[in-house]
Design a protein around this ligand. Structure first.
Ligand code: PLP
Length: 427
């Protein structure tokens, strides 16, 4: 572990990690240390290697799980450590809450800040992206003439929160529509730029669009918006733990993510980053007048919370860093290309995800001409045991397919065969 010894790590989370979790971490670290000389793109194609990683996960054997974008199961060592946290905190109960809790939470924030590349005074642990981004949207001091810019392909809860601000404060939302297959970054930057007016006070952009998996040129959008004096909030629900970046690379003002998606933390944890200078102007959603206006912890008072889950973030980071973000990202993109390359160009099959490699990673969306998305999703699960999600909104008609590190090529072969058969049968 970078910057913190194993002993310190154990102490920092209260010596909670059980012996079995420690053992599985150690053997995993060993396996990845042995692979350290292999280049990530070569390792990405080594199915035997990744098959051995699958043994660290316990997905259901009832179906093929290709809907890992909603929530992705934690690996067994993380789960074991998490259960250890639950047991110990349950035993200590309020003694823990009144004692170690504050220091432990600071350790968690420090670890997240290290991974994100920001100061620990700029990040808090939330329950999920919804809580993180809605805290920002509703924390603005909106005035009737103000405007915000967003895309119709953004996530529903954030769009709804902006609509609520419009109803409540009389501000106005300008909604752009993203092309499924952009010709260039400039086309997207221009789209957002055209929606900015002198009244714009906030621009929201997805780092990765959840319904298609399209990665947007966030840094270029941020640069353009900043030149016009507009702060940018990035929806990073799908990118923290999936893509290799630091928040400084994006230069955004606010960033939110869910750690139960790609970091592999147990269900119900997220993060919110707010650039230091932007903290003061945000109003908190929950009552807390105990912190200075420029202290990010003012935004974090959600009452008594399941701290065992927060602690497991450290275990998830350890698992994540053992694999390494470059190896992880490369394998995830390989898995997506493995199946999309086989169906691209097949009669009636329509890919709703850009073809250029840097514009997507794990997630892709596929439709079949003449088959409604809900029907395709139903056939895939009922006939082929492939779990997926139908998308039929904002100009996107298809099913979203999201592999994870434990997904095998055989599972993706089953998907390809299923899509080919459904397409061949469509009239
Ligand atoms: C782009 C995007 N933003 C926000 C969210 C909300 O995440 P959560 O439900 O973890 O708050 C999601 C969930 O899938 C998403 O895909």
């Amino acid at each position: 572990m970078r910057g913190i010894s194993k002993r310190q790590f154990l102490r920092s989370v209260g010596g909670i990690v059980g012996a079995s979790a420690m053992l599985s971490f150690a053997s995993l670290e060993n396996a990845f240390a042995q692979a350290s000389t292999i280049a990530p793109d070569r390792l990405a194609r080594d199915n035997d290697f990744w098959q051995s990683l699958r043994k660290r996960f316990t997905p259901s054997s009832d179906f093929i799980q290709l809907e890992n974008g909603y929530y992705s199961l934690a690996a067994d060592p993380v789960l074991d450590a998490y259960v250890g946290h639950v047991r110990r905190i349950n035993g200590l109960s309020s003694f823990y809450m009144r004692g170690r809790q504050t220091d432990d939470m600071l350790s968690v924030r420090k670890e997240l800040a290290r991974l994100l590349g920001c100061a620990d005074t700029e990040v808090i642990v939330t329950r999920n992206t919804t809580e993180s981004l809605d805290t920002v949207i509703a924390g603005f001091d909106w005035k009737p003439d103000d405007e915000a810019v967003m895309a119709e392909q953004d996530y529903g809860s954030m769009l709804d929160m902006f609509k609520l601000q419009a109803r409540r404060h009389g501000m106005r939302n300008r909604v752009v529509s993203l092309p499924l297959h952009p010709r260039s970054d400039d086309e997207i930057v221009e789209l957002y730029g055209n929606a900015i007016t002198p009244k714009t006070r906030l621009l929201m952009v997805c780092h990765m669009v959840n319904i298609t998996g399209q990665i947007l040129p966030v840094r270029k959008i941020v640069d353009m918006a900043h030149q016009r004096g507009v702060p940018v909030m990035v929806d990073g629900a799908h990118t923290f733990g999936q893509l290799d970046f630091r928040v400084g690379d994006l230069d955004c003002d606010y960033y939110g993510s869910s750690l139960h998606k790609w970091l592999g933390a147990p269900l119900g944890v997220g993060l919110l980053y707010v650039r230091r200078e932007r903290i003061k102007a945000l109003w908190q959603l929950f009552g807390d007048a105990g912190f200075a206006d420029d202290d990010i912890r003012k935004l974090n008072h959600s009452g008594t919370r399941p701290v065992a889950t927060d602690l497991a973030i450290i275990d998830a980071i350890r698992f994540h860093e053992t694999i390494g973000i470059e190896r992880k990202s490369t394998r995830l993109r390989y898995l997506q290309r493995y199946w999309t390359d086989q169906v691209r160009g097949v009669k009636r099959i329509v890919l709703n995800t850009p073809e250029q490699a840097p514009r997507s990673c794990a997630i892709a969306n596929v439709g079949i001409d003449g088959v409604a998305p809900a029907e395709l999703a139903r056939v895939l699960i009922d006939k082929y045991r492939i779990f997926n999600v139908a998308i039929d909104s904002a100009g996107v008609r298809g099913v979203r397919i999201t592999p994870q590190l434990f997904t095998t090529n055989a599972e993706l072969d089953a998907l390809v065969k299923a899509l080919q058969e459904v397409a061949a049968a469509a009239t």
